[in-house]
Design a protein around this ligand. Structure first.
Ligand SMILES: Nc1ncnc2c1ncn2[C@@H]1O[C@H](COP(=O)(O)OP(=O)(O)OP(=O)(O)O)[C@@H](O)[C@H]1O
Ligand SMILES: [Mg+2]
Length: 304
Protein backbone atom coordinates (compact mmCIF):
# COMPACT_ATOMS: atom_id res chain seq x y z
CA UNK A 1 0.00 0.00 0.00
CA UNK A 2 1.15 3.56 -0.59
CA UNK A 3 2.24 5.55 2.44
CA UNK A 4 0.66 8.83 3.45
CA UNK A 5 1.34 11.47 0.81
CA UNK A 6 2.42 8.99 -1.88
CA UNK A 7 0.54 8.81 -5.16
CA UNK A 8 -1.46 5.66 -5.76
CA UNK A 9 -0.09 3.39 -8.48
CA UNK A 10 -3.24 3.94 -10.52
CA UNK A 11 -5.95 6.54 -10.23
CA UNK A 12 -9.03 7.05 -12.38
CA UNK A 13 -10.77 10.41 -12.16
CA UNK A 14 -14.35 10.81 -13.38
CA UNK A 15 -14.13 8.37 -16.31
CA UNK A 16 -17.06 8.44 -18.72
CA UNK A 17 -17.26 6.45 -21.97
CA UNK A 18 -20.21 6.51 -24.37
CA UNK A 19 -20.84 4.26 -27.34
CA UNK A 20 -23.49 6.21 -29.24
CA UNK A 21 -26.46 6.20 -26.88
CA UNK A 22 -24.94 3.59 -24.53
CA UNK A 23 -23.17 4.99 -21.49
CA UNK A 24 -20.62 2.23 -20.81
CA UNK A 25 -18.91 4.11 -17.97
CA UNK A 26 -20.37 7.00 -16.01
CA UNK A 27 -18.11 9.18 -13.85
CA UNK A 28 -16.03 6.30 -12.46
CA UNK A 29 -13.30 7.26 -9.98
CA UNK A 30 -11.11 4.76 -8.18
CA UNK A 31 -7.58 4.13 -6.96
CA UNK A 32 -5.30 1.10 -6.74
CA UNK A 33 -2.33 1.30 -4.37
CA UNK A 34 1.09 -0.13 -5.08
CA UNK A 35 1.16 -3.78 -4.02
CA UNK A 36 -2.64 -3.99 -3.86
CA UNK A 37 -4.88 -6.39 -5.77
CA UNK A 38 -8.32 -5.06 -6.62
CA UNK A 39 -10.98 -7.43 -7.94
CA UNK A 40 -13.31 -5.73 -10.41
CA UNK A 41 -16.62 -7.54 -10.66
CA UNK A 42 -20.07 -6.93 -12.11
CA UNK A 43 -22.62 -8.51 -14.46
CA UNK A 44 -22.15 -8.86 -18.23
CA UNK A 45 -22.06 -5.51 -19.95
CA UNK A 46 -21.32 -3.64 -16.69
CA UNK A 47 -18.36 -1.81 -18.26
CA UNK A 48 -15.43 -3.81 -16.82
CA UNK A 49 -13.51 -4.39 -20.07
CA UNK A 50 -14.18 -0.82 -21.17
CA UNK A 51 -12.55 0.34 -17.92
CA UNK A 52 -9.41 -1.71 -18.62
CA UNK A 53 -9.40 -0.44 -22.23
CA UNK A 54 -9.41 3.12 -20.85
CA UNK A 55 -6.59 2.42 -18.39
CA UNK A 56 -4.44 0.70 -21.02
CA UNK A 57 -5.04 3.41 -23.62
CA UNK A 58 -7.16 1.35 -26.00
CA UNK A 59 -10.10 3.70 -25.50
CA UNK A 60 -10.21 7.43 -24.72
CA UNK A 61 -12.57 8.59 -21.92
CA UNK A 62 -14.67 11.71 -22.40
CA UNK A 63 -14.33 13.19 -19.90
CA UNK A 64 -11.94 11.62 -17.39
CA UNK A 65 -8.29 11.21 -16.52
CA UNK A 66 -6.01 8.20 -16.05
CA UNK A 67 -3.15 8.85 -13.64
CA UNK A 68 -0.17 6.51 -13.19
CA UNK A 69 2.03 7.20 -10.17
CA UNK A 70 0.89 10.81 -10.13
CA UNK A 71 1.33 11.45 -13.89
CA UNK A 72 -1.62 11.94 -16.22
CA UNK A 73 -1.32 9.45 -19.09
CA UNK A 74 -4.81 9.91 -20.57
CA UNK A 75 -3.47 11.12 -23.89
CA UNK A 76 -0.63 8.61 -24.22
CA UNK A 77 -1.03 5.67 -26.65
CA UNK A 78 -0.89 2.09 -25.26
CA UNK A 79 2.80 1.52 -26.10
CA UNK A 80 3.90 4.66 -24.20
CA UNK A 81 1.84 3.51 -21.19
CA UNK A 82 3.53 0.11 -21.42
CA UNK A 83 6.92 1.81 -21.14
CA UNK A 84 5.67 3.42 -17.94
CA UNK A 85 4.94 0.02 -16.44
CA UNK A 86 1.39 -0.79 -17.51
CA UNK A 87 0.47 -4.22 -18.89
CA UNK A 88 -2.80 -5.98 -19.61
CA UNK A 89 -4.24 -9.28 -20.75
CA UNK A 90 -7.25 -9.67 -23.01
CA UNK A 91 -10.69 -11.17 -22.37
CA UNK A 92 -10.87 -12.31 -25.98
CA UNK A 93 -7.93 -14.60 -26.62
CA UNK A 94 -5.74 -12.82 -29.10
CA UNK A 95 -2.38 -14.44 -29.72
CA UNK A 96 -0.32 -13.99 -32.86
CA UNK A 97 -0.55 -16.69 -35.50
CA UNK A 98 2.77 -18.28 -36.34
CA UNK A 99 4.50 -17.19 -33.13
CA UNK A 100 5.70 -19.59 -30.46
CA UNK A 101 4.99 -19.37 -26.75
CA UNK A 102 8.57 -18.10 -26.18
CA UNK A 103 8.18 -15.42 -28.88
CA UNK A 104 5.07 -14.09 -27.14
CA UNK A 105 6.98 -13.81 -23.88
CA UNK A 106 9.81 -12.11 -25.77
CA UNK A 107 7.33 -9.63 -27.22
CA UNK A 108 6.20 -8.77 -23.69
CA UNK A 109 9.82 -8.44 -22.59
CA UNK A 110 10.45 -6.08 -25.51
CA UNK A 111 7.45 -3.93 -24.53
CA UNK A 112 9.05 -3.30 -21.14
CA UNK A 113 12.48 -2.30 -22.47
CA UNK A 114 13.35 1.40 -22.16
CA UNK A 115 12.78 2.28 -25.80
CA UNK A 116 10.12 -0.32 -26.38
CA UNK A 117 9.83 -2.32 -29.53
CA UNK A 118 7.13 -1.91 -32.12
CA UNK A 119 6.54 -4.91 -34.36
CA UNK A 120 9.14 -3.70 -36.89
CA UNK A 121 11.74 -3.04 -34.23
CA UNK A 122 10.98 -6.40 -32.61
CA UNK A 123 12.03 -8.15 -35.82
CA UNK A 124 15.17 -6.05 -36.32
CA UNK A 125 16.24 -6.27 -32.68
CA UNK A 126 15.21 -9.82 -32.04
CA UNK A 127 18.71 -11.23 -31.59
CA UNK A 128 19.70 -8.52 -29.10
CA UNK A 129 16.39 -8.90 -27.23
CA UNK A 130 16.66 -12.66 -27.11
CA UNK A 131 20.19 -12.52 -25.72
CA UNK A 132 19.08 -10.03 -23.06
CA UNK A 133 15.96 -12.07 -22.22
CA UNK A 134 17.87 -15.33 -21.89
CA UNK A 135 20.52 -13.80 -19.66
CA UNK A 136 17.90 -12.18 -17.39
CA UNK A 137 17.94 -14.49 -14.41
CA UNK A 138 15.63 -12.36 -12.22
CA UNK A 139 12.65 -13.91 -10.43
CA UNK A 140 10.26 -12.60 -13.05
CA UNK A 141 12.64 -12.78 -15.99
CA UNK A 142 11.28 -14.40 -19.17
CA UNK A 143 12.86 -17.79 -18.50
CA UNK A 144 11.66 -17.90 -14.87
CA UNK A 145 8.16 -16.86 -15.97
CA UNK A 146 7.90 -19.75 -18.40
CA UNK A 147 8.74 -22.05 -15.52
CA UNK A 148 6.42 -20.41 -12.95
CA UNK A 149 3.45 -20.46 -15.32
CA UNK A 150 4.11 -24.04 -16.42
CA UNK A 151 5.01 -23.07 -19.99
CA UNK A 152 8.61 -24.30 -20.23
CA UNK A 153 7.65 -27.57 -21.93
CA UNK A 154 5.69 -25.81 -24.67
CA UNK A 155 8.04 -22.82 -25.11
CA UNK A 156 8.90 -23.68 -28.71
CA UNK A 157 5.39 -24.66 -29.78
CA UNK A 158 2.98 -22.38 -31.63
CA UNK A 159 0.96 -20.47 -29.02
CA UNK A 160 -2.27 -20.46 -31.02
CA UNK A 161 -2.45 -24.26 -31.12
CA UNK A 162 -2.46 -24.62 -27.31
CA UNK A 163 -5.46 -25.27 -25.05
CA UNK A 164 -7.48 -22.35 -23.63
CA UNK A 165 -5.76 -22.70 -20.27
CA UNK A 166 -2.27 -22.58 -21.77
CA UNK A 167 -3.20 -19.67 -24.05
CA UNK A 168 -4.41 -17.67 -21.02
CA UNK A 169 -1.10 -18.43 -19.28
CA UNK A 170 0.84 -17.29 -22.38
CA UNK A 171 -1.07 -14.00 -22.37
CA UNK A 172 -0.31 -13.58 -18.66
CA UNK A 173 3.38 -14.48 -19.18
CA UNK A 174 3.57 -11.94 -22.03
CA UNK A 175 2.09 -9.23 -19.80
CA UNK A 176 4.31 -10.11 -16.82
CA UNK A 177 7.44 -10.27 -18.99
CA UNK A 178 7.22 -6.50 -19.47
CA UNK A 179 7.93 -6.23 -15.72
CA UNK A 180 4.76 -4.21 -15.06
CA UNK A 181 4.17 -1.91 -12.15
CA UNK A 182 0.45 -2.01 -12.87
CA UNK A 183 -1.08 -5.19 -14.31
CA UNK A 184 -4.66 -5.50 -15.59
CA UNK A 185 -6.08 -9.01 -16.04
CA UNK A 186 -9.38 -9.38 -17.93
CA UNK A 187 -11.00 -12.68 -16.92
CA UNK A 188 -7.81 -14.72 -16.49
CA UNK A 189 -9.67 -17.95 -15.64
CA UNK A 190 -12.63 -17.63 -18.00
CA UNK A 191 -13.37 -21.00 -19.57
CA UNK A 192 -11.12 -22.90 -17.19
CA UNK A 193 -12.39 -25.71 -14.99
CA UNK A 194 -12.13 -25.14 -11.25
CA UNK A 195 -8.85 -27.01 -10.53
CA UNK A 196 -7.10 -24.98 -13.23
CA UNK A 197 -8.60 -21.73 -11.96
CA UNK A 198 -7.29 -22.64 -8.52
CA UNK A 199 -3.83 -23.26 -9.96
CA UNK A 200 -3.87 -19.84 -11.65
CA UNK A 201 -4.87 -18.24 -8.32
CA UNK A 202 -1.95 -19.98 -6.63
CA UNK A 203 0.48 -18.90 -9.38
CA UNK A 204 -0.73 -15.29 -9.11
CA UNK A 205 -0.38 -15.28 -5.35
CA UNK A 206 3.16 -16.69 -5.60
CA UNK A 207 4.15 -14.07 -8.19
CA UNK A 208 2.66 -11.31 -6.06
CA UNK A 209 4.89 -12.33 -3.17
CA UNK A 210 7.99 -11.88 -5.34
CA UNK A 211 7.05 -8.83 -7.34
CA UNK A 212 5.18 -5.89 -5.87
CA UNK A 213 2.74 -4.43 -8.36
CA UNK A 214 -0.71 -2.95 -8.44
CA UNK A 215 -3.06 -5.57 -9.84
CA UNK A 216 -6.58 -5.18 -11.14
CA UNK A 217 -8.36 -8.45 -11.89
CA UNK A 218 -11.72 -8.74 -13.66
CA UNK A 219 -13.39 -12.07 -13.06
CA UNK A 220 -16.87 -13.60 -13.19
CA UNK A 221 -15.58 -16.47 -11.07
CA UNK A 222 -16.31 -14.67 -7.82
CA UNK A 223 -14.58 -17.20 -5.62
CA UNK A 224 -11.39 -16.74 -7.67
CA UNK A 225 -11.81 -12.97 -7.33
CA UNK A 226 -12.30 -13.30 -3.59
CA UNK A 227 -9.16 -15.47 -3.29
CA UNK A 228 -6.81 -13.08 -5.06
CA UNK A 229 -8.29 -9.69 -4.06
CA UNK A 230 -7.30 -7.44 -1.17
CA UNK A 231 -10.24 -5.21 -2.05
CA UNK A 232 -13.16 -5.47 -4.46
CA UNK A 233 -14.99 -2.93 -6.59
CA UNK A 234 -18.32 -3.85 -8.16
CA UNK A 235 -19.74 -1.96 -11.12
CA UNK A 236 -23.08 -2.15 -12.87
CA UNK A 237 -24.36 -0.06 -15.76
CA UNK A 238 -21.03 1.78 -15.78
CA UNK A 239 -21.18 2.95 -12.16
CA UNK A 240 -19.40 1.81 -9.00
CA UNK A 241 -22.09 0.14 -6.87
CA UNK A 242 -19.99 -1.37 -4.07
CA UNK A 243 -16.42 -1.10 -2.81
CA UNK A 244 -14.69 -2.67 0.18
CA UNK A 245 -13.34 -5.97 1.43
CA UNK A 246 -14.27 -9.01 -0.69
CA UNK A 247 -16.80 -10.20 1.91
CA UNK A 248 -18.35 -6.71 2.22
CA UNK A 249 -18.77 -6.39 -1.54
CA UNK A 250 -19.93 -9.95 -2.14
CA UNK A 251 -22.42 -9.60 0.71
CA UNK A 252 -23.74 -6.17 -0.27
CA UNK A 253 -27.37 -5.56 -1.17
CA UNK A 254 -26.35 -3.59 -4.24
CA UNK A 255 -24.45 -6.56 -5.66
CA UNK A 256 -27.40 -8.83 -4.95
CA UNK A 257 -29.64 -6.45 -6.88
CA UNK A 258 -27.14 -6.23 -9.76
CA UNK A 259 -26.96 -10.01 -10.13
CA UNK A 260 -30.48 -11.08 -9.10
CA UNK A 261 -32.64 -7.98 -9.73
CA UNK A 262 -34.96 -5.86 -7.59
CA UNK A 263 -37.10 -8.81 -6.48
CA UNK A 264 -34.14 -10.29 -4.67
CA UNK A 265 -33.75 -7.05 -2.75
CA UNK A 266 -37.43 -6.96 -1.77
CA UNK A 267 -37.27 -10.57 -0.56
CA UNK A 268 -33.95 -10.19 1.20
CA UNK A 269 -33.95 -10.16 4.98
CA UNK A 270 -32.20 -7.29 6.72
CA UNK A 271 -28.50 -7.34 6.18
CA UNK A 272 -26.45 -8.75 9.04
CA UNK A 273 -23.19 -10.61 9.14
CA UNK A 274 -24.81 -14.03 8.69
CA UNK A 275 -26.92 -12.86 5.75
CA UNK A 276 -23.95 -11.23 4.13
CA UNK A 277 -21.88 -14.37 4.47
CA UNK A 278 -24.72 -16.44 3.00
CA UNK A 279 -25.08 -14.06 0.04
CA UNK A 280 -21.35 -14.05 -0.54
CA UNK A 281 -21.39 -17.83 -0.59
CA UNK A 282 -24.35 -17.83 -2.97
CA UNK A 283 -22.73 -15.33 -5.31
CA UNK A 284 -19.30 -16.88 -5.22
CA UNK A 285 -19.55 -19.64 -7.79
CA UNK A 286 -21.45 -22.75 -6.82
CA UNK A 287 -18.31 -24.75 -7.60
CA UNK A 288 -16.57 -23.54 -4.44
CA UNK A 289 -12.82 -23.17 -4.55
CA UNK A 290 -10.48 -23.79 -1.68
CA UNK A 291 -7.75 -21.29 -0.97
CA UNK A 292 -5.28 -22.65 -3.49
CA UNK A 293 -2.51 -21.99 -0.96
CA UNK A 294 0.18 -24.61 -1.22
CA UNK A 295 -0.66 -25.47 -4.83
CA UNK A 296 2.40 -25.99 -6.92
CA UNK A 297 2.36 -23.23 -9.50
CA UNK A 298 4.94 -24.98 -11.63
CA UNK A 299 2.45 -27.40 -13.11
CA UNK A 300 -0.26 -24.98 -14.20
CA UNK A 301 0.15 -25.80 -17.87
CA UNK A 302 -0.03 -29.50 -17.31
CA UNK A 303 -3.49 -29.05 -15.83
CA UNK A 304 -4.45 -26.09 -17.99
N1 LIG B 1 -17.04 -1.25 -29.22
C1 LIG B 1 -18.26 -1.09 -28.70
N2 LIG B 1 -19.26 -0.52 -29.41
C2 LIG B 1 -20.48 -0.33 -28.88
N3 LIG B 1 -20.83 -0.70 -27.62
C3 LIG B 1 -19.87 -1.28 -26.87
C4 LIG B 1 -18.55 -1.51 -27.36
N4 LIG B 1 -17.82 -2.10 -26.38
C5 LIG B 1 -18.64 -2.25 -25.33
N5 LIG B 1 -19.88 -1.75 -25.62
C6 LIG B 1 -21.02 -1.71 -24.70
O1 LIG B 1 -20.58 -1.09 -23.50
C7 LIG B 1 -21.11 -1.76 -22.37
C8 LIG B 1 -19.99 -2.26 -21.49
O2 LIG B 1 -19.31 -3.32 -22.18
P1 LIG B 1 -18.05 -4.05 -21.56
O3 LIG B 1 -17.53 -4.96 -22.61
O4 LIG B 1 -17.12 -3.07 -20.99
O5 LIG B 1 -18.73 -4.90 -20.39
P2 LIG B 1 -18.12 -6.01 -19.44
O6 LIG B 1 -18.46 -5.62 -18.05
O7 LIG B 1 -16.68 -6.24 -19.76
O8 LIG B 1 -18.98 -7.29 -19.83
P3 LIG B 1 -18.58 -8.86 -19.87
O9 LIG B 1 -18.63 -9.32 -18.43
O10 LIG B 1 -19.66 -9.49 -20.68
O11 LIG B 1 -17.24 -9.00 -20.48
C9 LIG B 1 -22.04 -2.83 -22.91
O12 LIG B 1 -23.34 -2.29 -22.99
C10 LIG B 1 -21.49 -3.10 -24.29
O13 LIG B 1 -22.49 -3.58 -25.16
MG1 LIG C 1 -15.59 -7.82 -20.41
Amino acid sequence: MSGVGESPALELQGITVRFGGVVALSDVSLQVAEGETVGLIGPNGAGKTTLIDVIAGNRRPDPGEVVLYGDRVTRLPPARRAHRGLARTFQTLSLFDGMTVWEHVLLGYAAGTPHGAGSGRFVSQRKRLEDAAKSDTSELGPVALLDKLGLAAVADELASTQSVGVVRMVDMARALASRPKVLLLDEPVSGLPEPEARAVAAALQAIRKEHSMALMVIEHNLEFARLVSDRMIAIDFGKVIAEGSPDEVLGSDSLRVAYFGEEAEADAPTSDAATDAATAAELASSEAMTTGEGEDQHDVAQRA
